[in-house]
Design a binder for this molecule. Structure first.
Ligand code: BMA
Length: 322
């Protein structure tokens, strides 16, 4: 596969696709699976990149499976069996599978928090689990009832409370919200964080958090997806917004254009074509290089690399105050 270094029409390229994309597919799996996509991502203490991939089986149900690599590109060691399986016996809301994990390391707990979508008979909701090693998990069950998804925890408390970003569906569309909790169990103080635009906009009617927020000196940087419904189906593209560090529901600026969208063949075609859907990233020791891991066309896992500094300066230039 050739690397796309600039898009067709000369827009600034903020994320460079890896030449080895897609970096993980169903063919790499040690057991039979249908598709592998939308991975959560983190770096372990020893520098290993861990991807917690959404794996779909031939029933159409998903579970999560860990893949580990020294360089985050290749040489993946994939768990021989599902790492985190739906547990409908104890958590009936996981009956139809678990999907789209977002991983946040929480220093206060010394643990990783995984927010994921639990697909229940009543629709998709947000579930939470903690882990130290991605081998055993402490489950909290459903923390946001259907219909809700695209959730991630902030790595630290805000004004004494944990904070969760999520995306409930409402009659007015799908917008990003933030909610607070003293104990990760009881959630309240719900605040609207980012609203879908209207009309012809690329992010009209439906937006959602993509990977967890990125803490920068300028604010919390959000990579979010906007969904454009067209006669040919939905188009999933990514935009940027920046939020206040101490009051994250306050949006400081939001880009007008999308900054990454499906262009490569593996993003254009697959089970659900025209989807680039990141649920995680790692940041290199330089504190600036960001490796974005995303599901391509709900079929495989791809990698694109950018610079947080460049994302922030693009956002300064892109924000026109609309
Ligand atoms: C969203 C989520 C993602 C999926 C995307 C495109 O609603 O369910 O898991 O990748 O749709 O199908």
């Amino acid at each position: 596969m050739t690397q796309i270094v600039s898009n067709q029409v000369g827009h600034e390229v903020l994320f460079q696709r890896h030449a080895k994309n897609p970096i993980l597919t169903a063919a790499d799996w040690p057991y039979p699976v249908h598709t592998v996509f939308n991975p959560g991502a983190t770096r372990l203490k020893d520098g290993t990149t861990l991807l917690l991939c959404r794996v779909e089986d031939r029933r159409g149900h998903s579970h999560l499976c860990a893949a580990r690599s020294k360089n985050g590109i290749d040489g993946w060691e994939i768990d021989k069996e599902p790492t985190l399986k739906p547990d409908p016996e104890h958590y009936p809301e996981e009956l139809w599978g678990i999907e789209d994990p977002r991983i946040t390391f929480v220093p206060e707990l010394g643990k990783f928090a995984i927010a994921y979508t639990a697909f229940s008979k009543g629709g998709p909701g947000v579930a939470l689990a903690l882990t130290e090693d991605f081998r055993s998990f402490e489950r909290f069950g459903l923390i946001m009832q259907p219909e809700d998804k695209d959730a991630a925890l902030l790595p630290r408390r805000i004004d004494g409370n944990y904070a969760l970003i999520h995306r409930p569906m409402t009659d007015t569309g799908a917008h990003v919200w933030i909610s607070y909790s003293p104990d990760l169990v009881n959630w309240g103080s719900h605040k609207l964080m980012l609203q879908a635009r209207k009309g012809a906009w690329w992010d009209a009617n439906k937006v959602g958090l993509s990977p967890p927020l990125i803490e920068t000196p300028n604010g919390w940087l959000m990579i979010y997806h906007g969904v454009r419904h067209t006669a040919g189906g939905a188009l999933y593209r990514l935009g940027l917004a920046l939020f206040d560090l101490e009051k994250p529901e306050i949006c400081i600026r939001r880009g007008d254009s999308w900054m990454f969208g499906p262009e490569a063949p593996y993003e254009r075609a697959g089970d659900v074509g025209n989807v680039a859907f990141p649920c995680g990233y790692t940041i290199d020791p330089d504190g600036d290089t960001i490796n974005l891991y995303y599901g391509a066309a709900d079929t495989s896992v791809a990698l694109a690399t950018g610079s947080i500094r460049d994302l922030l300066s693009w956002l300064e230039r892109e924000h026109k105050g609309s």
